[in-house]
Design a protein around this ligand. Structure first.
Ligand code: HAM
Length: 433
């Protein structure tokens, strides 16, 4: 048997309904905040992600799926959405018509990570990117959008952790201080951090291996090295969150795993024990140089992305079901070859008219067919054999009221419509999922 690659998963029919509902909720929220959908390629030229030789983020150095295509071009499966959106923004000159572009996307991302609960090699992100404004208010708006999604999904126990990495001046001063500090403990650092000490000392604070050591906890905090402008900006973001009554916790070790961030960075964490180590369901921050690094004009940006699997996992643990059970309008039990043929014809007419229908294609017994009608959550069951067919009649049962009637086969469609009490058949199933 050929099996799926490690770190991937199948979304089976029962689960896909939950995905559709999540996507629906996301689209509604994006509409409320006026973010427009953008769809970018799943693979990009490798340069989109591997821009900077000094980038030490794990995602960029060891987690991307890189390969050469048949024409020897360097290709990378997108590990995240931001860089691809930024590339599309520059290439399509989106800045020409709109001073601020508010964009959202959903889709698969790929990272060669060690799979575990909530961590896959192919996973899906929902992300938003607001490009063109340096306003602290838009940082707060992005976080508010995230909080609205959490609320709409009925999730509780979610903490917003926030920090500021300041502007370049603040960060370079802080980096110097960090290098001096961690150099004293160089022998105690893990191999990755020894490398980070040279290439990107800030990322040491993000280390999962070293973080419990005492010297690590006592490391200098970035907040003490922010210049006045960066401090004021961070305060403005926090004040805006306060004004919207959004709760947050300042976490001065939060630096994020990607190198493009400046000023505001944040993560949304679910505090449910069953969730395990991968409890960050969404994260983001400001990036003011990414667009220019990709060849565009100097354009500030801010955004965030949620792991959609983690969102579904969190709703699951919260005991929430996003989608109602699937249902259909009518299940046809046709007994005998001729009745089956007629059922197929009537079903097709009903489907064209907007009613969802199903029948048994396995010649099952009457009992098993009733069971299938039940399993399909059919609102109506229509039963007829060859005798009834001769009179063009059938028995129709309303499974909601248990009421049964004998009606003309020609009347099935109109009968169901009238019972559904709608002027015209809806396009969806009766449960209005
Ligand atoms: P990120 O923190 O790398 O940020 O990923 C965002 C979210 O994607 C994570 O919080 C997590 O929920 C989910 N995620 C990441 N890796 C995996 C995985 N292997 N399996 C399952 N879920 C995963 C970014 O990607 C940035 N582009 C976010 C951003 C947007 N910043 C600004 N704009």
């Amino acid at each position: 048997m050929i099996t799926k690659p490690k770190g991937t998963y199948d979304v089976l029919p029962l689960e896909s309904k939950e995905w559709q509902k999540l996507e629906e909720v996301i689209r509604k929220i994006c509409k409320l905040y006026n973010y427009k959908e953008i769809r970018t390629p799943i693979f990009e030229s490798s340069d989109v992600f591997h821009r900077d030789q000094n980038d030490t983020s794990d995602m960029v150095t060891k987690e991307t799926y890189d390969f050469k295509d048949r024409s020897d071009r360097g290709i990378t499966l997108r590990p995240e959405g931001t860089a691809g959106v930024a590339r599309a923004f520059v290439e399509n000159k989106l800045y020409v018509d709109n001073p601020v572009s508010k964009l959202f996307y959903m889709g698969p991302m790929f990272r060669y990570e060690r799979p575990q609960k909530g961590r896959n090699r192919q996973f899906s992100q929902f992300g938003v990117e607001a490009l063109g404004s340096d306003s602290a208010y838009i940082d707060a708006e992005v976080i508010a959008l995230g909080a609205s999604l959490i609320r709409a999904l009925g999730l509780k126990d979610v903490t917003v952790k926030i920090n500021s990495l300041g502007d370049e001046e603040s960060r370079s001063k802080y980096k110097e201080v960090l290098v001096n500090y961690f150099s004293k403990y160089q022998d105690c650092l893990c191999d990755d951090c020894k490398n980070r000490l040279v290439k990107n000392p800030l990322r040491i604070l993000d280390c999962k291996v070293d973080r419990d050591q005492e010297f690590f906890k006592a490391a200098p905090k970035i907040n003490d090295y922010l210049n006045q402008e960066s401090k004021d900006r961070f305060k403005k973001v926090l004040d805006s969150l306060d004004s919207m009554d959004l709760k947050y916790v300042i976490d001065d070790n939060l630096v994020r795993g990607l190198d493009y961030y400046c000023h505001t960075v944040f993560e949304l964490e679910v505090n449910v024990p069953e969730f395990g180590a991968q409890n960050v369901i969404g994260a983001g921050g400001r990036y003011n140089k990414l667009i220019s690094d990709l060849g565009g004009p100097l354009t500030p940006g801010v955004g965030m992305a949620f792991g959609m699997e983690r969102l579904l996992l969190a709703t699951n643990f919260a005991g929430k079901k996003l989608a109602k059970d699937d249902s259909i309008h009518a299940y046809f039990i046709a007994l005998g070859e001729k009745a089956e043929k007629e059922a197929l014809k009537i079903m097709n007419a009903c489907r064209i008219g907007g009613l969802s229908c199903e029948m048994d294609y396995l010649n099952g017994s009457l009992k098993s067919q009733f069971k299938k009608a039940d399993k399909n959550n059919a609102r109506f069951t229509i039963i007829f054999g060859e005798n009834e067919l001769e009179e063009m009649k059938c028995n129709i049962k309303d499974n909601e009221t248990d009421n049964q009637e004998t009606i003309s086969l020609l009347e099935v469609y109109n009968y169901i419509l009238s019972k559904l009490n709608k002027a015209s058949a809806c396009n969806t199933c009766p449960s209005k999922n």
